[in-house]
Design a binder for this molecule. Structure first.
Ligand SMILES: Cc1ncc(COP(=O)(O)O)c(C=O)c1O
Length: 352
């Protein structure tokens, strides 16, 4: 039977393993924003809960959020779409704008969810390796991407942290005028620039953003995308389901955006901490730290990897242990947290 053959194919694909939750541990593994106070988010959620009426479907709230996101991103409201996390938007784009046998070009390493979803849907993934410093060779990438139906650029890149230099990203987009270009900017709030305004003007570019990272709302599941008016219109009216995000999450998202000045202050704090932690780590013998424009650092710990992993586990500090990444031994990705948690992490690494 066809469906059992398909189920058997799917059962052999990479699975997403949700990270284990260790009560009381210092959580530096999922790039959430703990520099944003929990009391702040709780107060926002409480006031949102008082305002909404959950007996009703969300009618006006989506439109209201488009307007606030548009203002934040500096684009017209008609260019914005919302989803249940950017994960859901990616899923919808892959299942509607691509099909079995379509070709996607990505550089690697990159956000594994994107590759996994392509594979789930039978989209063929062409992987272009980053160079030994995890930087992108744009000429090589474009040559390969010209054969693709869609291209995925994660910038800043998860897990390596670097944002593609603006001119390079713009040049790649110019070269790929006939291909759908998805630019995943989940971490752009921590970086130097965004391509959102370009996406609003171009016919083939979609920028994916989220409130899960800088805005501290990973649990609320609100992602958004910026693209041209026509594409956003089709997405909102036909591709996206009618009520993809709960009224409560929409109200929380709107409230947090009204307080974006406060969020921006914490983003600045994270950026300062990122530089402090990177500098301290670069002074540790045997450790290499890569350039990051995100709220995490990608570290190559080589022979010290296992000892550091053990020391962190003893102190209940959780980071993303990646092991060998593209021939680089002992890699880990660590989220920038508060000054206190970052210092605990540094002390642990320095003690090995
Ligand atoms: C690059 C990248 N894109 C998208 C996402 C998904 O974010 P969301 O919580 O909006 O689904 C993540 C989350 O880790 C990410 O790292």
């Amino acid at each position: 039977m066809r469906f059992s053959r398909e189920l058997s194919r799917i059962s052999k694909l990479d699975r997403y393993v949700r990270p284990e939750k260790i009560e009381g541990a210092i959580k530096l593994d999922s790039n959430e924003n703990f520099a944003l106070d929990k009391d702040f988010i709780t107060a926002v959620a409480k006031s949102a809960a008082r305002r909404v009426d959950l007996r009703e479907y969300p009618i006006d709230e989506l439109e209201g959020l488009y307007a606030k996101l548009a203002k934040y991103a500096g684009v017209p409201q008609e260019c914005v779409s919302v989803g249940s996390g950017s994960d859901q938007i990616i899923e919808l784009l892959l299942t509607t704008l691509a099909q079995k046998g379509s070709r996607a070009t990505v550089f690697v390493p990159t956000f594994s969810y994107f590759i996994n979803r392509c594979e789930l849907h039978g989209i063929l993934v062409d992987r272009v390796p980053l160079d030994s410093n995890f930087e992108l060779d744009a000429a090589v990438f474009v040559k390969r991407a010209r054969r693709a139906d869609l291209v995925y650029l994660c910038s800043p890149n998860n897990p390596t942290g670097g944002q593609i230099p603006r001119r390079t990203a713009e040049a790649i987009i110019d070269e790929l005028d006939d291909t759908l270009v998805l630019v995943d900017e989940a971490y752009a709030d921590f970086a130097g620039y965004s391509l959102a305004k370009i996406a609003a003007r171009r016919h083939n570019v979609i920028v994916l953003r989220t409130l899960s990272k800088a805005f501290g709302l990973a649990g609320a599941r609100v992602g958004y995308m910026v693209t041209n008016e026509r594409m956003a219109g089709v997405f909102n009216s036909t591709i996206q389901s009618p009520y993809p995000v709960s009224t409560l999450s929409l109200a929380i998202a709107a409230s947090v955006l009204e307080r974006s000045a406060h969020v921006k202050k914490t983003i600045e704090a994270v950026r300062r901490e990122r530089e402090r932690v990177a500098k301290r780590l670069s002074e540790v013998k045997g450790i290499k730290v890569y350039r990051s424009d995100a709220n995490f650092l990608f570290i190559e710990a080589g022979r010290k990897y296992h000892a550091i992993a053990e020391a962190l586990a003893k102190k209940e500090i959780v980071v993303k242990l990646l092991g060998n990444v593209a021939g680089h031994p002992g890699c880990m990705r660590v989220t920038i947290g508060t000054r206190r948690t970052n210092s605990r992490f540094l002390q642990c690494v320095e003690s090995v």
